[in-house]
Each structure stands twice: as structure tokens, then as C-alpha cells.
Design a protein around this ligand. Structure first.
Ligand SMILES: [Zn+2]
Length: 74
């Protein structure tokens, strides 16, 4: 086996390991990320846009029109 073939195998293995790590971190992020139970839900009084923000935010700015909104309380 030549040197260049060895380097190709090495690079392919490194890329493979990187993509495996990326897939695992992506799966972990999906499991705990978007469905964050502490997130507050906001509904814009101006344009009706529904969005979420962190729980420690009392008022959040609408991403569409920029109006500050109170969190929706269930
Ligand atoms: Zn809005």
C-alpha cells in the first residue's frame, strides 16, 4: 500500500469519526433542544406570531414586527 493510499484511508477515517460525533450531538440536541419544557410561549398582540423564548425572560420581542409581548400563561 502506498503512502498516498494510507493518507487517504487516514483522512476517510477521521472524517467518518467526525461525522459520527456530529450525528450523535445532533440527536442529543434534538432530544433536549426544541421541546424545552421551561421555555415560555409568546403570542404577538400585533401580528399574531407565536414563538418561544427562555423562561427567565419576562417580555420578549416579536421576531416579525419587533413588538414586546407578555408570555402566554396556561
Ligand atoms: Zn409581531
Amino acid at each position: 500500500m502506498s503512502i498516498s493510499a494510507l493518507m487517504l484511508v487516514y483522512v476517510a477515517l477521521a472524517l467518518g469519526a467526525l461525522s459520527v460525533v456530529g450525528i450523535f450531538s445532533e440527536l442529543r440536541r434534538r432530544r433536549f433542544g426544541p421541546a424545552h419544557p421551561e421555555d415560555r410561549v409568546f403570542r404577538c398582540k400585533k401580528c399574531g406570531n407565536v414563538y418561544t423564548d427562555d423562561a427567565d425572560v419576562d417580555r420578549s420581542r416579536c421576531a416579525q414586527c419587533g413588538k414586546l409581548n407578555e408570555p402566554v400563561v396556561y
